[in-house]
Design a protein. Structure first.
Length: 165
């Protein structure tokens, strides 16, 4: 079978699968804001990052702090804890943003590190009957630094009983 254009080299992919130089491990361990997201906090088994890309208001990613590619690679106790963290963030987003629906995406086809994208959905969004990826074809919604700070603070307040730092 021939590799399609755009796929990374298999040896590079395998290194990422093994957690060698995994950028998402670095993101999950960092408390600093970066070009893609703002740090919200650490939950028992994950790190929560608020996306700078707010095409869907409230877009947030929950990163597993243990390097695995697939959820089934976690022990049952750790998997349960990770999904408890995801549900806590989803509930916080529901209270803060009041979307009609929340979509959950566990992908990892770009970086094989377990993480869950939580995408709030609203009446009038760009893809009302389509998966969330269609929303991300539109230009990013630019927030002011104050709006980003306010959003992160509201999420921290909603998660205060669960945050570790």
């Amino acid at each position: 079978m021939t590799e399609r254009k755009g796929w990374m080299a298999l040896d590079e992919w395998q290194r990422l699968v093994e957690g060698i130089d995994c950028p998402n491990c670095q993101v999950a361990a960092s408390t600093a804001d970066d070009e893609f997201s703002l740090y919200v906090g650490r939950l028992p088994l994950s790190a929560v990052r608020f996306g700078r890309n707010q095409r869907a208001p409230g877009y947030t990613v929950v990163y597993c702090r243990r390097h695995v590619s697939e959820p089934f690679e976690l022990t049952p106790r750790y998997a349960h804890g990770f999904f408890d963290d995801v549900m806590a963030v989803a509930e916080a987003l529901q209270r803060v943003y009041r979307p009609l629906k929340l979509n959950y995406q566990i992908l990892g086809n770009v970086i094989p590190h377990l993480h869950c994208h939580i995408v709030p959905r609203y009446r009038g969004d760009l893809a009302p009957h389509a998966p969330p990826h269609a929303i991300f074809t539109a230009p990013a919604l630019e927030l002011t630094p104050e709006e980003y700070a306010s959003a992160v603070q509201r999420l921290r307040e909603e998660l205060r009983d669960r945050l570790r730092s």
